[in-house]
Design a protein around this ligand. Structure first.
Ligand code: ZN
Length: 116
């Protein structure tokens, strides 16, 4: 059985605290690989600032229905890859996750959010 999200996920930007997802609304996915791969620019102002490449993801939170998010903003479809990036709907910090090209499912990058 897959592991369900046991905490809520909130925005990692100090002072924002916006709830992105509530407990139970995501499942751990340790095998997804993004095609084509993408680079996720550093998250400004957060403690984990490093740029990430999708090949570095060890596990992701899989969200099967985008209506399950509390607060999330979608970017336009990115030219080239066709993916959409996800950002905090309140402070617009991102990317905190992505929606792969041509897929309904969304993924949150655990390093880019706070679990509490
Ligand atoms: Zn935020």
């Amino acid at each position: 059985m897959s592991e369900k999200l046991a905490t809520k996920l909130t925005c990692a930007i100090p002072g924002c605290k916006s709830i992105i997802l509530r407990a139970g609304y995501a499942e751990k996915d340790s095998s997804f690989s993004l095609d084509p791969p993408a680079v996720f620019p550093a998250l400004p102002g957060a403690s984990n600032k490093d740029e990430l490449n999708s090949s570095q993801f060890e596990s992701l939170w899989r969200v099967s229905d985008k209506m399950d998010f509390d607060n999330i903003a979608f970017s336009l479809v990115l030219p080239g890859s066709g993916h959409r990036m996800l950002a905090c709907a309140d402070c617009e910090a991102g990317p905190v996750g992505f929606q792969p090209a041509g897929m309904e499912v969304c993924f949150i990058i655990p390093d880019r959010v706070k679990a509490e």
